[in-house]
Write a protein that binds this ligand. Structure first.
Ligand SMILES: C[S@@+](CC[C@H](N)C(=O)[O-])C[C@H]1O[C@@H](n2cnc3c(N)ncnc32)[C@H](O)[C@@H]1O
Length: 257
């Protein structure tokens, strides 16, 4: 059975901000060439691993560009770096912070692939299990891309150990929901169903398999945050009113002196 999810806010394709390859300065490296988006997609396509292919790298690039820079970009599951390159390239084009990518094993080709795309300095590689990294991770996250352990238990554990670190308005994206071309929910779908779709107060779907098997959620502001935002606005209005009243009374008193 496929669970049907409506698309609330489809991700639009963005024009390429870089029409041609150009030199760039960034915080941690001297001048380096930023490749064109077209070239980056070709480099990703040439990586033989049958992982994140077709329109998916471009989709992740667009998703990453939607982030504001308030939080970290984190990937679980580096492998040979297909999605890593797409995310790191988005950060490079907007001169953002390096992304963090986590994998329990180190792929032999990863360094070559990142350097072929000229995105090495935009990637912080962590070779450890995602749960171990989560235990000591304290930075707020704006985009979490989950493409690591695809077992039901593994995905549930990733959600449990990382979801709270995502900022309101931030994204949590999953690969293989369900597996490409699949007609039934696989383990990723079942974990998403159990842990995320059961919390519509906290998560809303913003893209349902618009590119391959990627499913994207946006984190809603919590009721407490909404209420405190509302209370702050009321307080601001009351302060403004009281300041005006005080000014008028002071002026009146002056006139009567
Ligand atoms: C499907 S591949 C990732 C593909 C990659 N995102 C891409 O675009 O090519 C899944 C990766 O997750 C890693 N992995 C599996 N379990 C993990 C865990 N518990 N913590 C971190 N990485 C894990 C595997 O070693 C593997 O490299």
């Amino acid at each position: 059975m496929l669970i049907s999810l409506s698309i609330i806010d489809p991700l639009s394709s963005r024009p390429n901000p870089l029409e041609k390859e150009m030199p760039s300065q960034n915080a941690s490296s001297p001048m380096c060439t930023i490749r064109s988006l077209q070239k980056i997609l070709e480099i990703i396509d040439a990586i033989p691993e049958n992982t994140c292919g077709g329109p998916q790298p471009r989709f992740l690039y667009d998703l990453c560009l939607r982030c504001t820079g308030k939080g970290a970009i984190v990937e679980i599951g580096t492998d040979a770096g297909k999605s890593t390159i797409a995310l790191a390239y988005a950060q490079q084009t907007r001169r953002g912070a390096p992304i963090s990518t986590i994998d329990i094993v180190e792929h032999a080709e990863i360094e070559t692939n990142l350097s072929r795309a000229n995105v090495t300095v935009f990637v912080n590689r962590i070779v450890r299990s995602s749960r171990e990294v989560a235990a000591s991770w304290s930075d707020p996250i704006e985009l979490l891309w989950i493409d690591g352990d695809h077992s039901y238990k593994g995905v549930c554990e990733d959600i449990e150990s990382w979801a709270d670190k995502i900022l309101p308005g931030g994204f949590m994206a999953f690969h293989d929901y369900p597996a490409m071309g699949g007609k039934v929910l696989g383990p990723v779908g079942r974990a998403v169903y159990a842990k995320i779709l059961s919390r519509p107060d906290l998560w809303r779907v913003i893209a349902d398999r618009q590119a391959g098997s990627i499913l994207v959620f946006e984190k809603m502001p919590s009721i407490v945050q909404m209420e405190s935002g509302y209370a702050a606005k009321r307080f601001e209005k009351a302060s403004f009113f009281l300041a005006g009243l005080r000014r008028r009374l002071t002026n009146k008193l002056r006139r009567h002196q």
